[in-house]
Design a protein around this ligand. Sequence first.
Ligand SMILES: [Zn+2]
Length: 234
Amino acid sequence: MNNQETLLNTLIDTENVLNGYTHEEIGDDHLYTGIDTPMKANAFDMSDEEKKENIAQLFAQIMDVMGLDLNDDSLKGTPKRVAKMYIDEIFSGLNPANKPKVALFENKYRYNQMLVEKDITFYSNCEHHFVPIIGKAHVAYISSGKVIGLSKLNRIVQYYAKRPQVQERLTNQIAVDLQTILNTDDVAVIIDAKHLCVSSRGVKDDTSATVTSFYGGSFNTPHKIAELQNYLKQ
Ligand SMILES: [Zn+2]
């Protein structure tokens, strides 16, 4: 976690966010408590290998409690597979060691209009139900004199997607990190995603999608928003 994330998180009082409601009363209504992914101070005391061993044991218990036969050939490898998938793949973005290294380059082309990287497909997971969020992210920035490789925009989206997430936080984490990396407020992020916790269970709405946006600096004007929306339509 960088300092900015940690600072922002300390400003948010989780008790107030709950407004006196219990988690049961809030039910499926997704809460968003801050820009920082809520992590324990000792989150990285355990090595990845130790985490995988622990998760495999605990997941085996869940399967056992549900009555599944862990001696069955098809099931016996599942706890280890899930543990490996959690740590190495779908939740690898929790570990700052996995953050993509980003090199900045001089804006030699003197291109001073918005750059839009659109339709970045990502797979994340809802932190309230641990089922997938599948969507597209559109990222835009106006150079302050430095540029980054286009693939890095994609990699930053993937890094933050590979955490248990809520879409609002994912949007803001990508945007604030890009503002820091590119040393400019002029960053926009739009995310359009389907949440399987809404479509495959609960209210079972298969057609709705969720759209979130962040318009920083000069993007936060009707003219720039219209220009960006126009690029996304093409
Ligand atoms: Zn959910």
